[in-house]
Design a protein around this ligand. Structure first.
Ligand SMILES: [Mg+2]
Length: 280
């Protein structure tokens, strides 16, 4: 590792960890990561976890991680669902929203005191997550989603906010199902409206994760497994960037990467536990 990066890491006081491909893979923790995080906490570092998950509330996800042996309090999770609820709550005047998406998203929105309307024409904000389940069916709660979304925009002039831009999602058996982004494309075709995206790679969720961390970006790092959605927006947010090879990026991918992209990565680690050798 280059000396310049080593020096940079000595002042790190907080770390934002991506979850999938960094902390866990599927429903299993990545070996050694649980101990790494508790050691980092012992050294006094602030830790926050960031995920583009659009289907679960922080409470539900914290319980699910707990079952895998990963202890994370809901307050230290920044999910696309909770970040979207926070964003809209801060800006909404009437607090009236129309929601497309999962129960977890609805729970986060309702817990902020936003009013989920049955009639899209009464909504100040249209909040869009994925209307699809893991088999790729539009769920019962969302069966009117396409029509409701275009009516909220065209008849009520609702502000259009999306949880994430993810096009595809690995469904049951790893088979592709459409994600939120696919649905956004349909709404855009119908109305011409472009949503404000909250989840990665939007700067909005990074800003919220940094606020949650309570450490200024120059003293904080992002640890992620994907250059496009973790490293590049992390760098733009002023964070030190660490790519780990425990997820979707392999070392051979780095060799093929254009130089300007590669230059956004401050440090490449085989495994998150190597952080223990670098931060104090
Ligand atoms: Mg990831």
């Amino acid at each position: 590792m280059m000396e310049v990066n080593k020096i940079k890491f000595l002042k790190i006081k907080g770390i934002i960890f991506d979850i999938d491909g960094v902390i866990k893979r599927g429903s299993f923790p990545i070996p050694g990561v649980i101990d790494t995080i508790s050691e980092l906490k012992k050294r006094g570092l602030r830790i926050v976890f960031l995920s583009n998950l659009s289907t679960k509330s922080r409470k539900e996800y914290s319980e699910l991680l707990q079952k895998m042996g990963i202890h994370v309090s809901p307050e230290d999770l920044v999910l696309a669902t909770s970040a979207t609820a926070d964003y809209v709550f801060k800006r909404s005047i009437t607090k009236k929203v129309y929601v497309i998406g999962s129960k977890g998203l609805r729970d986060e929105i309702a817990s902020r005191g936003l009013k989920i309307m049955d009639n899209p024409e009464e909504a100040e904000y249209l909040i869009v997550g994925s209307p699809f389940d893991e088999m790729g069916y539009v769920t019962e709660d969302n069966r009117w989603a396409f029509t409701a979304a275009i009516r909220a925009i065209l008849l009520s002039g609702a502000k259009f906010v999306a949880v994430n831009p993810d096009k595809l999602f690995p469904g049951t058996g790893g088979k592709p199902v459409p994600g939120t982004g696919t649905f956004l494309g349909a709404i855009r075709t119908a109305t011409g409206a472009k949503p404000t995206i909250i989840g990665k790679p939007s700067h909005l969720i990074f800003k919220m994760a940094i606020d949650r961390l309570g450490v200024s970006p120059e003293k904080a790092a992002i640890v992620g497994d994907q250059v496009d959605i973790d490293i590049i927006p992390g760098k733009r947010a002023g964070l030190t960037t660490v790519l780990v090879l425990t997820g979707l990026t392999r070392r051979s991918d780095l060799e093929k990467m254009p130089h300007r992209k590669r230059a956004m990565i401050d440090l490449v680690l085989e495994h998150p536990q190597e952080l223990l050798k670098i931060v104090r």
